[in-house]
Design a protein. Structure first.
Length: 224
């Protein structure tokens, strides 16, 4: 049974299927050298989710966040510091778009203090973000300290504002996104410490990241 009306030939269903196929193809190419095919698979996986959100009349902030994420994927599919900074900037903009989207769709920031589990979840996210920054700080070059600190603050804001949407898929997607970014940062900046774990970490980063984007997209298209 297809998630959207119509069979497999319906445009929304076909777009979703091609997105999943692209994600799987990139998973098989994670450890291969950068190439046009490898970059295309990584970029299309989330880029097609952006197209799906647009075709289904999803919020433009959702489309923008997914498109910016796809741009970040295109950067990060290449090697080098310039590509990393391009990816960092693109994902920073994507997280800010998500923050604006969650606030617009949510029940107000004041609700964060109304439910005990909201307070606890926000506290855990804050502790997680602070712990990651503290772990990475001594290992980050001086030129990256401010960009990384701003990025950590942005993804924390994304996670917290997801709570006010009240949607399980969106909240779950935000948590997966935070976990993916944490593993990516560890894999990049603590390379010597985690050398023997880098292979599975790369697969975990991609799986968590794609599932995060998929969950947030479907959360908005189906529920919110």
């Amino acid at each position: 049974m297809m998630p959207f009306p119509g069979g497999i030939e319906a445009t929304p269903n076909g777009t979703l299927i091609f997105s999943i196929v692209a994600a799987v193809l990139y998973a098989f190419a994670i450890d291969r050298p950068p190439s046009l095919k490898r970059s295309a698979a990584k970029t299309l996986a989330v880029g097609l989710l952006a197209a799906l959100a647009y075709l289904q009349g999803g919020p433009m902030l959702l489309v923008a966040a997914l498109a910016l994420s796809a741009l970040g994927d295109a950067f990060l599919s290449q090697d080098g510091d310039k590509a990393f900074l391009g990816g960092l900037g693109s994902f920073l903009a994507a997280h800010l778009a998500y923050v604006a989207l969650f606030i617009a769709a949510g029940s107000g920031l004041s609700t964060l203090t109304e439910a005990p589990w909201h307070i606890m979840a926000a506290f855990v996210m804050a502790a997680f973000a602070f712990g990651m920054l503290r772990l990475l700080w001594p290992r980050i070059g001086s030129d990256l300290k401010i960009p990384v600190a701003v990025y950590v603050a942005a993804i924390f804001a994304m996670g917290v504002t997801a709570l006010i949407t009240g949607d399980a898929l969106v909240m779950g997607g935000a948590v997966l996104f935070m976990a993916s970014d944490a593993l990516l940062a560890i894999e990049k900046f603590l390379a010597e410490t985690v050398e023997r774990h880098r292979v599975w970490m790369r697969y975990a980063v991609w799986a968590l990241y794609y599932l995060a984007q998929l969950a947030i997209t479907l959360g908005f298209l189906f529920a919110i």
